[in-house]
Design a binder for this molecule. Structure first.
Ligand code: IMP
Ligand code: MG
Length: 174
């Protein structure tokens, strides 16, 4: 049977907010090129919508990571399942993520990517759940929406690999 999904952020709200954030990013990177790193799979829808709205030159690369262990046992070490195609040397890197939850994935990833010599490295997320943060040192430069501690789907986010294609952000009512 299909799950019931309550709309948290409508397609219009999400798209409107992405346009606003893209405008801020375009201003901040004026005169530069921005190298977007999309964190697969969840970040893919947001990355495309964001990239289309940026007015500075954009290049794109993709990375896929998975956490070791379950949430309670996580050491904060993530495994790189698919690495980037391009080097980061001297690039202005902007990591694009679907959601920052505990912050474990990003705190590890930022350290790994810093070793590759980018000129700068910033973080942009569609959603942030600050109540769930374990890694308090993760600094998010651009956030579209801060949301309460609820499990959300859509716009790239999944529940058991389903619902990534929903054009809005919803909560699965179990
Ligand atoms: P973190 O390392 O705890 O910040 O993990 C973030 C990752 O957990 C995200 O990239 C998502 O893949 C997943 N995640 C966290 N919260 C949610 C949610 O509400 N819905 C779907 N996936 C989530
Ligand atoms: Mg993710």
């Amino acid at each position: 049977m299909a799950d019931k999904i309550r709309v948290l952020l409508s397609e219009e709200e999400v798209n409107q907010r992405i346009s606003e954030v893209a405008e801020v990013i375009s201003k901040d990177y004026e005169g530069k090129e921005v190298h977007l790193i999309c964190i697969l799979k969840g970040g893919v829808f947001f990355t495309c919508e964001l990239a289309k709205r940026l007015t500075v030159p954009v290049s794109l690369d993709f990375m896929s990571v998975s956490s070791y262990g379950d949430d309670t046992k996580s050491s904060g070490v993530v495994r790189i399942v698919k690495d980037l195609d391009e080097p980061l040397q001297d690039k202005d890197v902007l990591i694009v993520e679907d959601i920052i939850d505990s912050g474990r994935t990003l705190s590890y990833l930022i350290e790994v990517l810093k070793q590759r010599g980018p000129k700068s490295i910033r973080l942009c997320t569609l959603l942030d759940k600050p109540e769930r943060r374990v890694k308090k040192q993760v600094h998010v430069d651009y956030t579209c929406f801060t949301i309460p501690d609820e499990f959300v789907v859509g716009y790239g986010l999944d529940y058991a690999q389903k619902y990534r294609n929903l054009p809005y952000i919803g909560v699965v009512e179990l």
